[in-house]
Design a binder for this molecule. Structure first.
Ligand code: COA
Length: 147
């Protein structure tokens, strides 16, 4: 069964929450997910047979976009869903004439950094001790891509 990519709406937030909780070590709350549906946001889910496998949430302004969140449920990782989501994200950005792409990622998150690098992002900086961890803080890696 093929993957269906479609915009997420406010009512999807409770379906997003279990995916968020399962995928992230530091998941967003439902309240934070609920803020992902403004006109500035691009929020898209990847569905198979009515099941949400993953999604991305991005902020946009003028010709810039920041990828705020991308995740795939662990049961469905490693099968191309994250790549399909990123591909769709860039298509949506192209429709909005967005040229500059930014994101931040935990220094320890090798899987996400590999995904971003595969799609052309390059490291542009580092914020020291930016993210909390169970035993302190870790750096944020800043990545960017110009289309
Ligand atoms: C990062 C994430 C979204 C990738 O989704 P995915 O569906 O597993 O990714 P894909 O199967 O589409 O993989 C695409 C590419 O990403 C990279 N990648 C994905 N998982 C990887 C891993 N565990 N280790 C190294 N590279 C990895 C590879 O380059 C891969 O391409 P390849 O298979 O041709 O080598 C997923 O691992 C995830 O949800 N992680 C937890 C949440 C998270 O960390 N989000 C990002 C920070 S906000």
């Amino acid at each position: 069964m093929s993957l269906l990519l479609r915009p997420l709406v406010f009512d999807d937030r409770h379906v997003m929450e279990p995916v968020e909780q399962a995928a992230h070590q530091h998941p967003w709350s439902v309240a934070l997910l609920a803020q992902s549906f403004s006109e500035r946001n691009i929020s898209v889910g990847a569905w198979r047979e009515e099941q949400l496998l993953g999604y991305f949430i991005a902020d946009t302004i003028l010709d810039e976009s920041t990828l705020l969140n991308i995740c795939v449920h662990p049961c469905h990782q490693g099968r191309g869903v994250g790549g399909e989501l990123l591909h769709y994200y860039f298509e949506q950005c192209a429709l909005r004439h967005i040229k500059y792409h930014y994101l931040e990622v935990r220094a320890s998150n090798q899987a996400a950094q590999a995904l971003y690098a595969r799609y052309g992002y390059v490291v542009s900086g580092r914020r020291r001790d930016y993210y909390p961890t169970p035993c302190g803080y870790e750096d944020a890696i800043l990545m960017q891509l110009t289309k």
